[in-house]
Write a protein that binds this ligand. Structure first.
Ligand code: ADP
Ligand code: MG
Length: 339
């Protein structure tokens, strides 16, 4: 007798959720990335109890068409790619169509969205993968998603959650990177009614650096701008006298996506070489631009890791570009002015 059967959609989503939704910060990440992909200029995030009680992301982006509202929760349902060739030049943060169904499989989800200016919108409520409400209501243009009681139906995962402070730390760390990688978007983060981050969205990266790391750090930064045939680099690096005790202050974006890459981190540190005391690290925020075909983001579900097809050229380019700026700085020292 045959023993093999295809798993039903809900179990498949719960399995995928294990990878996509590791903790509250993963939900914030997926929802904020969707808001960015929707062309939002203002994104508000409000969390309660480290995100375990509720996570709310409100944006003023394109909204979701009423006919797509329930389809958005199907597995592998996406408006962002269509053909397999699209995988080789991804220009959006999302493309796997996994986030909404995964989140809806392990939490209670309420979506209110409107894609027009007529004030008419749509509301969908899904709990543990089941559709509870699907109705037309009044709503402003944009999307408002509320995720309540994350992992309420997966007690083993819930038990694994750390303290509220730790979960909140992951959320704010992610929001800082989002603000740094999108200075043209106004972000806010609130936790239990305390404001943790607020950016104005006027495109000024140095102002975002000040909002995240403080004005003294922003004053210690040097602008960096370099390009060759394949790559463009722009952003800020700290003067050698401004150091940190860990590597967390290094934020690398590739085509607007925050990534972690050992090779790039090493290249930055090599550029500072002996200018930094041992076990001290710089503050560096920069955006690397390259043709989407030179970077593969389809390496891991969270898309934090990427592969570069020209890494042998990329790392020396990063190192040299930073070194040039630092060398000028060391030759012509400019003391950090105190305010
Ligand atoms: P992906 O982002 O990989 O396409 P998701 O599951 O995150 O998959 O979202 C499914 C679809 O729902 C998206 O492709 C998009 O069309 C729509 N969507 C989700 N969030 C938003 C939002 N904030 N604004 C507009 N559309 C959204
Ligand atoms: Mg997405």
């Amino acid at each position: 007798m045959a023993k093999i059967h295809i798993l039903d959609e809900h179990i498949a989503n719960q399995i995928a959720a294990g990878e996509v939704v590791e903790r509250p910060a993963s939900v914030v990440k997926e929802l904020v990335e969707n808001a960015i992909d929707a062309g939002s200029t203002k994104i508000e995030v409000t969390v309660e109890e480290g995100g375990l009680q509720s996570i709310r992301v409100t944006d003023n982006g394109s909204g979701i068409d009423p006919n797509d509202c329930t389809a958005a929760f199907y597995r592998h349902a996406t408006s962002k790619i269509e053909h397999s060739r699209d995988l080789f030049h991804i220009t959006t943060l999302g493309f796997r169509g996994e986030a909404l169904p995964s989140i809806a499989a392990v939490a209670k989800v309420e979506l209110v969205t409107s894609s027009g200016d007529e004030g008419l919108g749509h509301r969908v409520v899904i709990e543990g993968g089941k559709l509870i409400a699907d109705e037309t209501i009044a709503a402003p243009r944009g999307t408002d998603l509320i995720i309540r009681e994350l992992f309420y139906n997966t007690p083993a995962r819930l038990k694994y959650m750390k303290t509220i402070q730790t979960e909140l730390g992951h959320i704010s760390d992610f929001m800082y990177r989002m603000a740094l990688s999108h200075p043209q978007i106004a972000f806010s983060l609130r936790h239990n009614s305390n404001s943790l981050l607020q950016t104005v969205g006027n495109g000024d990266l140095l102002q975002v650096i000040a909002a995240v790391y403080g004005t003294q750090a922003a004053k210690a930064m040097l602008p960096i701008q370099a390009e060759n045939l394949d790559f463009q680099l722009h952003g800020y690096i700290s003067r050698p006298e401004w150091t940190r005790s860990n590597r967390n202050g290094i934020s690398t974006m590739v085509n607007g996506r925050y990534i972690r890459n050992f090779g790039v981190n090493q290249a930055i540190q090599r550029a500072y070489h002996t200018l930094l005391p041992i076990n001290r690290f710089p503050l560096a925020v920069f955006d690397l631009r390259m043709h989407p075909s030179l970077v593969d983001v389809n390496v891991h579900p969270a898309k934090l890791e990427v592969r570069f097809s020209k890494e042998q050229e990329l790392y020396p380019f990063v190192e040299q570009s930073i070194y040039q700026v630092l060398r000028q700085e060391v030759l012509i020292p400019q003391p950090v002015k105190q305010s």
